[in-house]
Design a protein around this ligand. Sequence first.
Ligand SMILES: NC(=O)c1ccc[n+]([C@@H]2O[C@H](COP(=O)([O-])OP(=O)(O)OC[C@H]3O[C@@H](n4cnc5c(N)ncnc54)[C@H](O)[C@@H]3O)[C@@H](O)[C@H]2O)c1
Length: 316
Amino acid sequence: MEHAVVTGGAGFLGSHLVDSLLEDGCRVTVLDNYGSGRPENLSHVESSQLTVQKHDVRDTFPEFDDVDIVYHLASRASPDDFGSHAVEIAMTNSQGTERALECAREYDARALIASTSEVYGNPEEHPQSETYNGNVNIRGPRAPYDESKRFSEALAVAYEQKYRMDIRTVRIFNTYGPRMDPHDGRVIPNFLSQAIRGEDLTIYGDGSQTRSFCYVSDLISGIRNVADAPPEAAAGDVFNVGNTEEISIQTLAEVILKVVDTDSGVTYKSLPQDDPEVRRPDIFKITSELSWEPSISLRTGLERTVPYFEGRLADD
Ligand SMILES: NC(=O)c1ccc[n+]([C@@H]2O[C@H](COP(=O)([O-])OP(=O)(O)OC[C@H]3O[C@@H](n4cnc5c(N)ncnc54)[C@H](O)[C@@H]3O)[C@@H](O)[C@H]2O)c1
């Protein structure tokens, strides 16, 4: 039985990954400091195959009997935290990544690094393929996150070359779904929370900036495809994972106003610094090489997400 260590496993994506691994008969150890994750994200799990340890990945990892794969997802990912938790984020994606890679090295395990579309910054190439090197403002407000994720990838490449390890990287594009923190500051949680509360949806800028949104079950199957592919297909490689359906923020607001039964309208505020104007993955590589593509439409994904947000906001 495969033993997977999942850093950040009490978070939004991590907890769905844990569900998927347990379903497939894996033994799973979660390491999470609960900085942005919550024990409740795993409280539905009854399996004896799951161990959850409160642990900060910036510290030396605990000892295990064996490890087959380390999924390194630990990192705050909310833009609201990029300023207030800047050093923590930068160190989690540098020192924390080193610890995760060391753990994989010690047990001769594979590693899967969760990178982000933010490595492309405000892109001058559209859509963004894995060969695009990005346009990140080194000193801007998003830099502690963006640059540390870039470093995380560079460190993974260095480890792979120096120690001949099997390390795979996924660049995750905007993903949404149940267990996402309603207060996390990203656009879908913001709009859903405002719509459910009957408040106007806040659009930053004129709403013409575009994004593409992937439903969480699609994203997890993409991560699993990369992690489980044979070494000759994925070792040492990087794959974009996301949905290519690109929509403007204005259109997203209109869809959410239809999916949530609400009287909310829309208000506009000025655009924050370094907010990307366009964002859409080029997923040709993962589609052609690993036969993965997303299947859940935005409308269906939102309909599946609304009940979770209604429940969380009722508890607030
Ligand atoms: N959700 C997205 O749209 C998206 C997009 C791109 C990349 N990602 C990446 O995917 C990963 C998971 O993101 P998410 O959306 O689930 O966010 P999340 O905040 O829900 O999950 C992150 C988890 O990591 C934990 N964590 C943070 N710092 C830690 C530390 N130092 N030690 C131990 N645990 C720590 C948090 O407590 C949380 O449980 C992150 O690496 C993020 O950068 C997510």
